[in-house]
Design a binder for this molecule. Structure first.
Ligand SMILES: [Zn+2]
Length: 248
């Protein structure tokens, strides 16, 4: 009983932190929406239709009330056909978009083009946060393996736990035995490192090699302007000179 007490306390503590973060996020959302509504009211619209359109536009991330108004006024100046195409495209993407059942990448079909391609090395899987990372790596034309899109990173501060991501599906794939190497390509942040470590621990006992993408000095950067962490990692993760010639 005494041994279970610290575990129980830790569990209660974690649940408490999780609930507090959820509550803070909810409160912040309510405040943001209230702030936007109050600000929109202060704008004195001559049309209720315009006010509604501006309000909906201002719900998008990074769009404030003035930008929303500018965008809506811009759309009003466009031919009707232009705005119809935009609304149809948004409506269709929302209704018809799918997520690949294998890698969770955004796709038009059940199995995405990358997973369906016979040219891809199925023993190599690159773990990324979202579709933007897949696009960035694909643009390099240097990678011929598959991907696994997590849909985010573990972040207790934002209330995102392992079960909010596609980690269970990744471990399920690993159990099937086809994967030989897993490449962690998450951003070099505390959340990224936590997620990498969590997955690494889950793979304990599997015959899978794990690696991370190299972190270091960017091409074209002056050494003296690099921060200590980046420079330190570059020295620790140095590669043979012949290897550096391959990427050129
Ligand atoms: Zn796929």
């Amino acid at each position: 009983m005494l041994l279970a007490l610290p575990i129980l306390c830790r569990l209660v503590g974690q649940v408490w932190i999780f609930l507090s973060v959820k509550f803070l996020k909810l409160a912040l959302n309510v405040f943001n929406n209230y702030y936007k509504i109050v600000n929109l009211r202060n704008m004195e619209f001559s049309s209720k239709l315009l006010e509604n359109a501006v309000y909906e536009m201002s719900q998008l991330p990074g769009i404030g009330k003035r930008t929303a108004l500018r965008l809506v006024l811009h759309l009003l100046k466009q031919p009707e056909e232009r705005t119809s195409k935009l609304s149809v495209a948004l409506d269709t993407v929302r209704k018809d978009i799918k997520f690949c059942t294998n890698c969770h990448n955004i796709s038009d079909v059940e199995i995405c083009e990358i997973c369906a391609s016979p040219k891809r090395d199925r023993s190599l899987v690159c773990v990324v946060e979202d579709i933007r990372d897949v696009m960035a790596i694909e643009n390099t034309s240097q990678y011929m393996g598959l991907y696994h899109v997590l849909g985010g990173k573990i972040s207790p501060m934002e209330g995102i736990g392992p079960h909010d991501l596609t980690i269970v599906s990744l471990i399920k794939k690993a159990k099937q035995g086809e994967i030989k190497e897993l490449i962690f390509a998450l951003s070099s942040t505390m959340e990224g490192d936590t997620t990498n470590f969590y997955i690494f621990k889950q793979l304990d006992g599997f015959d899978i090699t794990t690696s991370t993408i190299a972190r270091g000095i960017a091409v074209g950067d002056e050494l003296e302007y690099a921060d200590e962490v980046t420079l330190g990692r570059s020295i620790l993760n140095r590669i043979p000179f012949e290897g550096s010639l391959k990427a050129n």
